[in-house]
Design a protein around this ligand. Structure first.
Ligand code: PLP
Length: 426
């Protein structure tokens, strides 16, 4: 069947940059005025415009979303535990609650600071952190004071419930809104609900600087700290005076030119992403495919639809086995699986992607606590070697996948992709 299929001449990407022209103008301005370093008009404009747009008092532009998450971890850590000795992480030996189903850039900064991520299982309504599990986690580890909350694929998490629980336990929230620029919850932009927020401008995000990110903050003091730490923590003195460990994490004014040129297109990109999502959803409904799109809380939240994902109904899953490095499946009439669909997409030169493999199942984090509605899964016998944990994240990983969601994709290309997906279920 696949052998006779027409292939796209140029690959259809999962999500690729979409430039509009002004990016080059602002980059050129940086060049011509020789503001080619980590200060300049583009940086000021990006920080100002994002503050205004997201209704957040302070914003600092950094080299990546990961750097922004690292700085958020340091700020939160210092606020709760005080400044560490030189050579020690601010979270050393401290547990931090974190969304389980995410990209590992969410989690790694906890470890950079010596912390112990404790993974919180997902829920089915938004694919984000389950508030019920978070409550359970606080019952097991009431001393935890920092929660890292992800808004996966541009869909807001259950912020209200999570904020309420964190208020009860006096814990700070770091919002990883790296994928979720422009998504709203009860009318407010995600990234501005927590104590600290992070947005990424990596090449495949809603808008891009080619790289880069920002941290969103609520106090002048925090913003000043981040500016200092990310420029190698130089003290105010006539010479290079250092009283803290620093980083070289600032965004360049050239990169900021790209971001600045993209900022006016946030809404446009989000609308095009929504059109892609709607087209998949409509087509799957019409074809009565046994699948659902990645869900969100209708009436409460508006996603940015960064990636369109689908979840195959349990009864429509053919046999699929995944080892640490490989996947196998046996196709069956009327059924399919993510591996079959991803291979079919690749066969026509289109890029899909598996759902983020949950962090608790990653070899680097295999010994870290993992909480589900049933409690601490690692505390049970054989939990370390048994892959049979009944968790939501692993279930979505098994049955779900990310579909080509590139705003440069043409309608006819998407229609062909939809036909290929339908074929997988024949
Ligand atoms: C992209 C991403 C990051 C990291 O952002 P970078 O700018 O690539 O460092 C963090 N968390 C999530 C969920 C992401 O998707």
């Amino acid at each position: 069947m696949e052998t006779s299929r027409r292939k796209f001449e140029k690959r259809v990407w999962l999500a690729s940059p979409c430039m509009h022209g002004d990016e080059l103008k602002y980059m050129k301005e940086a060049y011509e005025t020789n503001w080619m370093s980590t200060v300049g008009e583009n940086l000021n404009a990006v920080e100002e415009q994002l503050c205004k747009k997201l209704n957040c008092p302070y914003c600092v532009a950094l080299s990546s979303g990961t750097a922004a998450l690292h700085m958020a971890m340091k700020l939160a850590g210092e606020r709760v535990y005080g400044r560490p000795e030189v050579g020690h992480g601010v979270l050393e030996g401290k547990r931090v609650f974190c969304s389980d189903m995410t990209f590992d850039a969410t989690v790694n900064p906890i470890v950079y600071e010596g912390g112990i991520p404790v993974f919180i299982d997902a829920e089915y309504a938004t694919w984000n952190m389950d508030p019920e599990v978070l409550r359970k986690a606080f019952e097991i580890y009431p001393e935890v004071k920092i929660v890292v909350l992800v808004h996966l694929y541009g869909t807001p998490a259950k912020i209200e419930e999570i904020k309420e629980i964190c208020r009860e336990y006096d814990a700070l929230i770091i919002e990883d809104a790296a994928e979720a620029l422009n998504a709203t919850y009860e009318g407010g932009y995600v990234g501005s609900f927590g104590d600290y927020g992070v947005i990424s401008f990596n090449g495949n995000k809603l808008i891009t600087g080619s790289s880069g990110g920002v941290i969103l903050l609520h106090s002048r003091e925090d913003a000043d700290k981040v500016r200092k730490w990310t420029t190698q923590a130089r003290e105010e003195a006539p010479w290079y005076q250092h009283e803290e460990i620093g980083y070289n994490y600032r965004m360049s004014n050239v990169i900021a030119g790209v971001v600045r040129g993209q900022l006016p297109y946030i809404q446009d990109h989000a609308e095009r992403k929504k059109a892609i999502y709607d087209r998949y959803q409509q087509a799957f409904l019409e074809a009565e495919l046994p699948v659902h799109m990645n869900p969100y809380e209708q009436g409460k939240s508006v996603p940015n639809y960064w990636l369109s994902c689908m979840l195959i109904n349990r009864e429509a899953m053919c046999k699929q086995v995944r080892s640490e490095r490989e996947a196998l499946f046996i196709t069956e009439p009327g059924k399919s699986c993510p591996t079959e669909i991803l291979e079919a997409l690749d066969g026509i030169n289109a890029e899909g992607r598996p759902i983020w493999k949950p962090m608790h199942a990653q070899p680097i984090y295999k010994l870290h606590p993992f909480i589900t509605r049933k409690g601490d899964e690692r505390a049970k016998t054989n939990a370390y070697i048994d892959n049979g944990i009944q968790d939501v994240g692993m279930d979505i990983f098994d049955r779900g996948l990310c579909l080509p969601s590139d705003i440069n994709m043409m309608v006819e290309q998407q229609e062909y992709i939809i036909e290929v997906i339908k074929d997988c279920f024949r």
